[in-house]
Structures are given as C-alpha cells and as structure tokens.
Design a protein around this ligand. Structure first.
Ligand code: HEC
Length: 272
C-alpha cells in the first residue's frame, strides 16, 4: 500500500502546482491547476497515433473543447484562432475551426511510459512534453495524420483566444470575407508565408506578393494557378516548391481568392 502511495506521489508530484493559463486577447481569464481542470472536465485515457514518432500510445488528457467551454463559456467558438504559449516562448496558432471539427486533448501523461516523445523528422529524442501537450484523435480521424505536426504543440503553458488581426495585422483577410477567402488565408499562411509576405507581413526579406502591386494584377489567373501548382513547369530553375497539400487543385483556388481579396486591401509595409 505504502509503495502504491509512493509511486502515485512520484507520478503526480511533478505536476502539482503546474497551472495552465487561459487568456482572451491577452488578458488572463483563469489559471487553474491540473486538479482544478480535472474537476471541470473528466480526463480520458485514449489511444492516439502519435505523429512525431509514428507510434500508437495511450494518452491521458482532458477533452480540450469541453475544457474551453467550461472556462470561457460557449462563445469561445466565435474566436478565429487559438494562440498557444510554450515554455520556451514559442507561440504557435491553431485555427478555432479545427477544434470544432476534431476532438483534441490537453494531455499530461502517457499510460505506462514517461511523458516524452521522439521527433523523428527533426532527429530529436526524448523530448519532454510536460506540463501539457495538445494531441488529436488520429484513431477516429485518420485524415488528421496528413496534416503534419503544426497543431501538436508540446510544453504548453497557456492558450489565448485571438482574432487573425491581432496576430497578423497586415495579412489578415478583409472583415466579413467569404469562407473561401478565409480558407485561402489559412492555406497561404501554412504553405507560403515562410518565403513570402503580403503587405510586408511574413518572413523578412521574402518575395512580396501584394504591395504596391498584387501578383493577381500583373499575372493572369490561369498562369498563377499553373505556377503555384508546379513552378518548375514554368521556370526550370525555380527554387519555389510546388504546393503539396492533400488537395492542391482546390487549395490553389482558395489561395488565389485570398490574394485577389488582398489586392483590394493594400497596406504599406511597416519599416523593419
Ligand atoms: C521555399 C520558399 C517558397 C515557398 C514555400 C513558396 N514560394 Fe513562391 N516563390 C519563391 C521564390 C524564391 C520565388 C521567386 C521566383 C523563383 O524562384 O522562381 C517565388 C515566386 C512566387 C510568385 C511569383 C512572384 C513574381 O512576382 O514573379 C508567386 C505568385 C508565388 N511565389 C506564390 C507562392 C504561393 C501562393 C506559395 C504557397 C502556396 C508560395 N509561393 C510558396 C519561394 C517560395
């Protein structure tokens, strides 16, 4: 008996006192401990196909959408993005729509294993995941396995409900844009922003696509579509990679809808 208590204490000790901060547009709403979160929403143990090391394991975590509702009320769903903060200050965002579409869990342990993972794609081993790690139900929704690991932040300590404009003032699509334009913005952001900017927002020194003249104004749409789907078909020595999402033909149309919408919203880039 004493042994069991000791083991339990050892497992839970590192987590005691860890809090998770919930903010709305930068302002703290609540900062509950793990215990307090467990009281709000019962944790679950469920099999997850882990994308970082391509193995199936049993994660213990709190259903995240339910937790958001318990903390913010149902209106968290009206937000555009969830901005996470990790221990080292890294701040990835996940569109709110993902949480409405797929079940995710704020995990804090792995059954029968240490709370660590190997990141095969970056050749890193034994990465500490604590205090919290956002995981997705890749067993019930295998299509999530194709999305990549961008939506799986580890060592998370806070979440903030933000609007596109808060994060990307010059890049956000115009207010009340169509769903296609918003989709295009999200696809652009995850596939193009590493090398391009729009109104100066994006990777520094990247190829600007909107200011002062949009690419949609000096290139014909059909050529742009061909270019984005396969740059080397047009220019043999291009270093730009072809768009490689799960549905590039549809996604390129969304991206062009976004770029056309931005052509009507030109903002002079800020000085860097
Ligand atoms: C790895 C970097 C990289 C990524 C990612 C990238 N591009 Fe490019 N892109 C370039 C470079 C470099 C050029 C300059 C021309 C060249 O290399 O042939 C370019 C050129 C362009 C041009 C032509 C600009 C002009 O004025 O001639 C467009 C349009 C474009 N990219 C759109 C996109 C879109 C849309 C995406 C996302 C689906 C994207 N690019 C992703 C590197 C990238």
């Amino acid at each position: 008996m004493l042994k069991i208590i000791l083991v339990l204490a050892l497992i839970t000790l590192p987590l005691m006192g860890e809090t998770f901060t919930f903010k709305r547009r930068g302002v703290t709403v609540q900062a509950p401990s793990l215990e307090e979160m467990q009281k709000k929403v019962a944790p679950k143990t469920l099999p997850i196909f882990e994308l970082h090391d391509q193995k199936e394991k049993k994660y213990v975590g709190i259903p995240f959408s339910e937790l958001l509702t318990a903390v913010y009320g149902k209106n968290w769903q009206a937000t555009e993005e969830l901005l996470f903060t990790c221990k080292d200050g890294y701040q990835p965002t996940v569109p709110a729509a993902e949480f409405l579409k797929y079940p995710s869990y704020l995990s804090y342990s792995i059954e029968g294993q240490k709370f660590v993972v190997d990141n095969l794609s970056q050749n890193e081993k034994n990465i500490d995941l604590s205090p919290f790690y956002l995981v997705w139900d890749t067993i019930t929704h295998p299509e999530l396995r194709k999305q990549g690991m961008g939506n799986w932040p580890y060592q998370v300590i806070a979440v903030d409900l933000v609007q596109f404009k808060d994060r990307f003032p010059n890049l956000a699509p115009p207010a009340r844009s169509s769903p296609q334009v918003v989709r295009g913005f999200l696809t652009f952001r995850s596939n193009c922003l590493a090398c391009h900017s729009v109104n100066g927002d994006g990777a520094p020194k990247s190829v600007e696509l909107n200011y002062p003249v949009s690419v949609t104004e000096y290139y014909k749409e059909a050529w742009l579509e061909k270019w984005i789907l396969s740059p080397t078909n047009l220019r043999f020595n291009s270093t730009m990679p072809a768009l490689s999402t799960s549905d590039p033909k549809k996604d390129v149309k969304d991206i062009l809808a976004y770029l056309k919408a931005m052509a009507k919203q030109k903002i002079k880039p800020r000085e860097h």
